[in-house]
Design a protein around this ligand. Structure first.
Ligand SMILES: Nc1ncnc2c1ncn2[C@@H]1O[C@H](COP(=O)(O)OP(=O)(O)OP(=O)(O)O)[C@@H](O)[C@H]1O
Ligand SMILES: [Mg+2]
Length: 239
């Protein structure tokens, strides 16, 4: 699950690229768009599903080879299958998916409302994207405290997989400072991968595609390929 109560920190961009990255690596992936804003749903509308690919369990629309999307309940479109589901229904759907997919990726809204909590209950592990800027540490400690509460309320769920620095610009002194802070405070709770700031990611979203399709050699695509690798195989021993 991708969660951070702060808005605009790259949750959706990360959810999309992780889901597509895992699918490209041969895994079967379901992406749940639990945000009524429906950004993930809109950002994937230009993808090109294989001809005649059927929906999965009648609710998840095919997006690419091995990748299905549960569209946001907030998007007014034919696609908005999620509208048919309530929070309890999501739990059932995720149980029915076990055996059909290898990974379920959940994109959460920027607050812990009913859908945010539903996301927590569906997720074994949580990745928390955080922007490398001055105020991020404060928001981050609030988010980590919420996660601890969630993990206590739903045993076996919502384990912190790692904090992911996003929109990193290595030319900015503040970014380097914040990264050092994160490393000192989080230790192995900080993922090794980080996502550089790259306008190609914004461009890809505006074309309704992931960067792996729209601009596969962009910095953004390469960063997300590295993140996919880390989440599949763990930390590298170098660095
Ligand atoms: N690494 C990046 N470099 C440049 N722009 C980025 C990067 N990651 C995300 N963006 C852009 O930043 C904006 C916010 O990103 P995104 O929608 O992924 O955040 P979010 O946390 O899901 O937001 P919300 O809280 O509204 O759901 C988008 O326009 C996105 O294209
Ligand atoms: Mg979002």
């Amino acid at each position: 699950m991708l969660a951070n109560q702060k808005g605009g920190v790259g949750k959706t961009t990360t959810a999309i690229h992780l889901a597509h990255g895992l699918a490209l690596a041969g895994k079967r992936v379901a992406l749940f768009d639990l945000d009524p804003q429906g950004n993930a749903t809109v950002a994937l509308q230009g993808m090109d599903p294989p001809d005649g690919a059927p929906p999965l369990l009648d609710l998840l629309v095919p997006i690419e080879e091995r990748l299905w999307l549960l569209p946001s309940h907030g998007v007014e479109a034919e696609l908005a299958a999620g509208a048919k589901l309530d929070v309890g229904g999501l739990q059932q759907l995720s149980e029915s998916l076990s055996g059909l997919v290898d990974y379920l990726i959940v994109d959460c809204p920027p607050r812990m409302d009913a859908w945010g909590w539903a996301g927590v209950q569906l997720s074994d592990e949580v990745v928390v994207p955080v922007q490398a800027e001055f105020f991020s540490m404060h928001g981050l400690s609030q988010m980590l405290a919420s996660l601890e509460r969630a993990a206590a309320a739903f045993p076996g769920k919502a384990r912190l997989r790692g904090v992911l620095p996003v929109m990193v610009d290595p030319r900015e002194a503040i970014a380097i400072e914040v990264l050092e802070d994160l490393r000192r405070n989080l230790g192995t709770g900080l993922l090794q991968s980080m996502i550089f700031r790259d306008s190609a990611l914004v461009e890809a979203a505006s074309h309704g595609k992931s960067a792996f399709l729209h601009c596969p050699w962009s910095k953004g695509a390469l960063c997300y390929a590295e993140l996919t690798w880390e989440l599949m195989h763990g930390r590298s021993s170098i660095g």
